[in-house]
Design a protein around this ligand. Structure first.
Ligand code: V07
Length: 264
């Protein structure tokens, strides 16, 4: 823990965010935080602006929250940027969304490199536009040696499809005579999901008042602490992330430092 804080250089946290952030950083920060960034369209509507203006504003929140999470010592930040269901939205909105990774990375890639952040993506790449994939490929390549926060964008991701693919993969092994159905284990499924290289999320945050998982990381969230807020994603400030972490830390303390499943 102390090493982690030293490596990440905790000093700027105090300078930038104050004592509250220092207390949070010192009291067991969740290792993997996943966020459903909801409410961008509603934020825009409230201001009589087009939905895309909300998405654009939401991108600025991504920058802010990534930076704070990194400074607090979070290991993995998974952000749900685009679901497999989002293709049903109007074409012009989808086209705009598919330009956001490029815009985000054009503006912020130097900062991510400076922050020692490694960019990753999980989701189906087959039907993403080439320009979107190109931008992400470049960012992954430019940050692949960074060993700080992993910024994992869930893009064109759907949890049930991910599980179906895993089942197909195991069924093929059975058909080939390489696997007996009785040998199928949780670990065999976990290791075939898109998150095979990541720890399970410790904390899930969903903004904008919706209290659902909406096909996000269903398998991976089995033991995750869930935290919901009415705040819209573009309004989600540093204070909101600190509040979520404080709630998480209070819940964990109730188990005397042990996770619920380890108490049983
Ligand atoms: C998107 C902004 C945040 C609010 C939620 C929806 C809109 C950042 C990215 C991104 C993705 C991959 C990457 C770098 C940045 C992004 C989409 C939408 C599709 F490598 N924000 N953001 N991608 N929104």
């Amino acid at each position: 823990m102390f090493n982690k804080l030293l490596k990440r250089n905790i000093e700027p946290v105090v300078v930038e965010y104050g004592e509250r952030a220092m207390a949070v950083a010192g009291a067991g920060v969740p290792s993997h935080v996943a966020i459903i960034m909801d409410g961008n369209g509603r934020w825009a509507k409230k201001r009589s602006m087009p939905r895309i203006a909300g998405h654009h504003e939401g991108m600025k929140t991504v920058r802010k929250i990534t930076k704070l999470a990194s400074h607090l010592g979070v290991d993995v930040l998974t952000l749900y940027a685009f679901s497999t269901e989002n293709w049903k939205r109007p074409k012009m909105e989808v086209d705009f969304l598919m330009r956001l990774p490029e815009e985000f990375l054009t503006s912020f890639l130097p900062e991510l490199i400076e922050e020692n952040v490694r960019v990753e993506m999980m989701g189906y790449t087959d039907n993403l536009p080439a320009h979107t994939l190109q931008a992400i490929k470049k960012a992954k390549e430019a940050t692949k040696h960074n060993d700080g926060l992993v910024l994992n964008f869930a893009l064109n991701y759907g949890s049930r499809a991910e599980i179906v693919d895993t089942v197909k993969n195991l069924a093929a092994l059975v058909q080939a005579g390489e696997l007996d159905p009785s040998e199928i284990s949780e670990e065999m499924i976990t290791s075939r999901l898109m998150t095979s290289d990541l720890p399970e999320p410790d904390l899930l945050i969903r903004t904008s008042g919706e209290v659902r998982l909406s096909n996000f990381m269903l398998w991976q969230l089995a033991y995750t602490e869930l935290w919901f807020t009415d705040t819209l994603w573009p309004d989600f400030g540093e204070d909101c992330l600190l509040e979520a972490f404080e709630v998480y830390q209070k819940r964990n303390r109730r188990f005397g430092g042990l996770k619920g499943e380890e108490v049983n």
